[in-house]
Design a protein around this ligand. Structure first.
Ligand code: NAD
Length: 495
């Protein structure tokens, strides 16, 4: 598919505008809409229903009714599986459309949405469909006059609030295990990227997910998001997003019904390169990919590059060279490896961090500028700063953009200390040929994920989530089912 063909398809595609509540596609009760702005050219793509407290009330009521009459949770595992497989099949049927919607909303390259975002989301639906009857209960070791067994039951109404950086992928990390566990759901997509979530809601209906089981309410965080998180009839908020909003969600829970809260938050992930690494070219490739993939808008972006001092100059040169391929292009161009930053506000925020890094004394080794201004869209060059101190703002705060900070160390203990000297704990990586060091350092790093001699070695079978202020609760793997289920002990005493 050429760029021109993609532009033609983009101009004819119909973006979804309505919420999905109780099995129907509906406008907001207030009649209000918000502008969905495309970062590719800064133009409004469409006007989307602006859900607020009234729409959330309706969606939660529909979800609750579907949970109470058991129209989903009492289906046999085989039937639930069949419907979830059907949903995956429909997503595959509409893969090109979903990929286009994601690229238009969010600005990421069409080659990524086709090959990564949408297939990964489909894989989540399939994986949890396959898993749903493979998780067994337990029998406890009680005295012999009693039999106690431990079962997992669906929680009830799950509120899922997701970000814009991998819109459908993040939504499916929540929706797939929540559905598999028998819950009913109200999904609130980010205001920057509502389209694929709305399409998912419609496809779920087509697949046979009963009315009210998966509701999707677009709207702003302070409006629909807050109403969902404060709702007295929601049992869990499963959230992916910023720490700032995560803090609010915990307060809302305390101020409302003490609903559970599971948080997948940000990071300031370190990638440590020791001089004894076997393949410095591969490490440099991973260093560039780790921060520039998805325009750096990744929670586990390798934003702090810790390099052993004696190889720093040689290694930095390699990283700068490898970063060239991440120069942003038109997201609709099949050849683009990087695209636009999601919004004007986010672009300004990232450029603000670039200025701050300069002011605090880091040295700009590459990039630092907005480019493709004539497009009207929001594009930033891959940017590398040398001579960053771990105390600099660039090393402390999540930029969520294509900006890498290089920090040097002299010894292993110093590398570990610097890596752990952050409030975050999502992911970390290390490159070394010394197997003892690899194991030793991996055990010392206080992060939910550690990648040795590779970066972002992600798989649906491995739990994803962080330590410290990167949140709690895990997405992916069978462990994700824990947060969508209630653990119940049932005891029979023999007469
Ligand atoms: P954000 O926290 O601003 O928004 C996330 C979601 O929360 C959106 O749907 C938004 O509308 C909603 N929201 C905002 N204010 C709210 C409120 N007061 N009440 C309820 N909901 C509210 O995050 P973002 O800018 O969309 O995404 C970027 C962030 O997401 C980064 O911090 C990134 O690290 C994080 N993230 C984490 C993971 C992970 O798995 N750990 C994955 C992807 C992104």
């Amino acid at each position: 598919m050429t760029l021109q063909k993609n532009i033609d398809r983009a101009s004819s595609i119909k973006l979804p505008t309505e919420a999905v509540i109780g099995g129907k596609l509906v406008a907001a009760k207030s009649g209000k809409t918000f502008a969905n702005v495309g970062p590719r050219d800064g133009k409004t793509l469409n006007l989307v229903a602006e859900g607020d407290a009234a729409d959330i009330d309706a969606a939660v009521a529909a979800a609750r009714a579907s949970f109470e009459d058991k129209r989903w949770r009492s289906k046999t595992p085989r039937e639930k599986k069949r419907i979830m497989f059907k949903l995956a099949e429909l997503m595959e049927r509409d893969l090109e459309e979903l990929a286009m919607l994601e690229t238009l909303d969010m600005g990421k390259p069409i080659s990524d949405t086709r090959a990564i975002d949408i297939p990964t989301a489909i894989n989540s639906i399939r994986w949890y469909a396959e898993a749903l009857d493979k998780v067994y209960g337990e029998v406890a070791t009680t005295p012999s006059e009693r039999l106690s067994f431990i079962v997992r039951e669906p929680l009830g109404v799950v509120g899922a609030i997701v970000p814009w950086n991998f819109p459908l992928h993040m939504a499916c990390w929540k929706v797939a295990p929540a559905l598999a566990a028998g819950n009913s759901i109200v999904l609130k997509p980010a205001e920057q990227s509502p389209s694929t979530a709305l399409k998912l809601g419609a496809l779920a209906l087509e697949a046979g997910v009963p009315d009210g089981v998966l509701n999707v309410v677009p709207g702003y965080g302070e409006g629909a998001g807050q109403a969902l998180a404060r709702h007295m009839d929601v049992d869990l908020i499963a959230f992916t997003g910023s720490g700032e909003v995560g803090r609010k969600l915990m307060a809302y829970s305390g101020e409302s019904n003490l609903k559970r809260v599971a948080l997948e938050l940000g990071g300031k992930s370190p990638q440590i390169v020791f001089a004894d690494a076997e393949n410095l070219d591969a490490a440099a490739e991973a260093a560039a990919w780790g921060i520039f993939f998805n325009q750096g808008e990744i929670c586990n972006a390798a934003s702090r590059l810790l390099v052993e001092e004696k190889i720093k100059d040689e290694f930095l040169a390699k990283v700068v060279e490898k970063s060239a391929k991440y120069m942003p292009g038109d997201p609709l161009d099949p050849g683009s490896v990087a695209g636009a930053i999601v919004s004007e506000a986010q672009m300004k925020r990232v450029l603000g961090y670039v200025e701050k890094a300069k002011a605090e004394g880091a040295t700009l080794a590459k990039g630092g500028n907005r480019i493709r201004t004539e497009s009207g869209g929001y594009y930033i060059e891959p940017t590398v700063f040398d001579k960053v101190a771990n105390t600099h703002t660039l090393a402390r705060e999540e930029v969520f953009g294509p900006v890498l900070g290089v920090i040097t160390f002299k010894a292993e203990e110093e590398a570990v200390r610097l890596a752990n000297d952050t409030v975050y704990g999502l992911a970390s990586g290390l490159w070394t040929a010394n197997i003892s060091r690899a194991h030793r350092v991996a055990r010392e790093l206080r992060t939910g994920l550690v990648w040795i001699n590779g970066w972002d070695a992600c798989d649906i079978t491995v739990p994803f989530g962080g330590a410290k202020q990167s949140g709690f609760g895990r997405d992916r793997s069978l462990h994700a089912l824990e947060k969508y289920t209630e653990l119940k002990g049932i005891s029979i005493t023999y007469g």
